[in-house]
Design a protein around this ligand. Structure first.
Ligand code: PEP
Ligand code: MN
Length: 359
């Protein structure tokens, strides 16, 4: 279906001149002092929309699960004192009800909720008849239809101030970032719905504060409208997502170092940047896969040592190469190229096993 959305410039939420649009605040509201001190510092540093999680969807039990409704009172106090707009995450009908009662300015739907159509429909029904802005994070799995479906449910409930937040997709095992950006998915959505707000959440993609800047810059280069970034007055003692939060000062510095591209050359810029982003992402995956392959070679070396086997087992290698050539050629990769690449990989794996076997 076609989404009928209102352009963010008509939302009356962000300052008109702001580019990129910024939402910032702690992962979680923890206590009144932490929230107010963070909000004051952020407001001083030019932030106009505060974020804070009140109900926290934690992956594992027995973690800090948020302060609940009382946190909304602290957010309202921040708004009264500073004139800052306030936003929080809702995951069920009760959260919606409490947030509407507190007159929250902006809601977002978390990644674990947008993955669940039942929850999304209940939230959409609870929001029917309101005009509150709602941002939908991508589901944890890379399913564009599920993400769009969540936005469609809100749109069908009559909400037009809706937008998407790209927070990356869960990887299996260890990866450079906490979540894989898979930029092609949000870009595809942007291409189909150019009027819809698209925000990037570099904090949850990166998982580490040192990567927040590079992800933010990437998003800006790709034409995202804004960023939602976690910031805590004292990240080291944060009760959730401590590693990825920036102090308000570090956030200000990071934002001031971002290069905002010249949009007069948008078409060319987006194209080359998109392609480069894909390459960077694929390289990250490639390195990750090579490292995993090497680890397994190490285990095989260890096994051969314990079982007194030789390193080189020609039969096995020939079978493997045959399979690689067939698979590679079906994917349009040339025989020579595969031969060269696999020669190097094989040599590196023999070297590794030799070291493990202590020869
Ligand atoms: C959050 O924004 O703190 C959060 C829980 O994010 P996500 O839904 O992206 O995991
Ligand atoms: Mn968080």
């Amino acid at each position: 279906m076609n989404l009928d959305v209102k352009n963010v410039r008509e939302w009356d939420l962000f300052p008109v001149e702001q580019n990129p649009l910024i939402i910032a605040g702690p992962c979680s509201a923890e206590n009144e002092k932490q929230l107010l001190e963070t909000a004051r510092a952020l407001k001083n540093n030019g932030i106009h929309v505060l974020r804070a999680g009140i109900w926290k969807p934690r992956t594992r039990p027995n973690c800090f699960e948020g302060v609940g409704t009382q946190g909304l009172e602290w957010m309202r106090a921040a708004r009264r004192e500073l004139g800052i707009k306030i936003s929080t995450e809702v995951a069920n009908v009760k959260h919606v009800y409490e947030s509407l009662k507190a007159n929250v300015d902006l809601l977002w739907i978390g990644a674990r909720t947008s993955a669940n159509p039942f929850a999304m429909q209940e939230i959409a029904d609870a929001l029917k008849g309101t005009d509150i802005p709602v941002l939908v994070k991508n589901p944890v799995n890379p399913d564009m239809q599920l993400w769009l479906g969540a936005l469609e449910r809100l749109n069908l409930a009559g909400l037009k101030r809706i937008g998407a937040i790209h927070r990356g997709f869960s990887p299996y095992g260890k990866y450079k970032y906490r979540n894989m950006p898979l930029w092609q998915i949000p870009i595809e959505i942007k291409r189909n719905y150019p009027d819809m707000l698209m925000i990037c959440d570099p904090s949850h993609i990166s998982g580490e504060r040192e990567y927040v800047r590079e992800i933010s810059q990437q998003a800006i280069n790709l034409g995202f409208d804004g960023l939602i970034i976690e910031s805590h007055i004292c990240p080291d003692v944060a009760l959730s997502d401590s590693q990825q939060q920036l102090t308000p000062l570090a956030l200000k510095e990071m934002l001031s170092r971002l290069v905002i591209p010249d949009r007069s050359n948008t078409c060319f810029q987006e194209n080359i940047e998109e392609l480069r982003a894909y390459i960077d992402e694929i390289d990250t995956e490639l390195l990750d896969i090579l490292a995993r392959r090497m680890k397994i070679c190490e285990k095989i070396g260890d096994y051969k040592k314990r079982n007194h086997l030789t390193i080189l087992q020609t039969g096995r290698w020939n079978d493997l190469l045959e399979k690689i050539f067939q698979q590679g050629q079906a994917n349009g990769l040339e025989h020579d190229f595969l031969q060269q690449v696999y020669q190097i990989i094989h040599q590196a794996s023999i070297d590794k096993q030799t070291r493990v076997m202590g020869n």
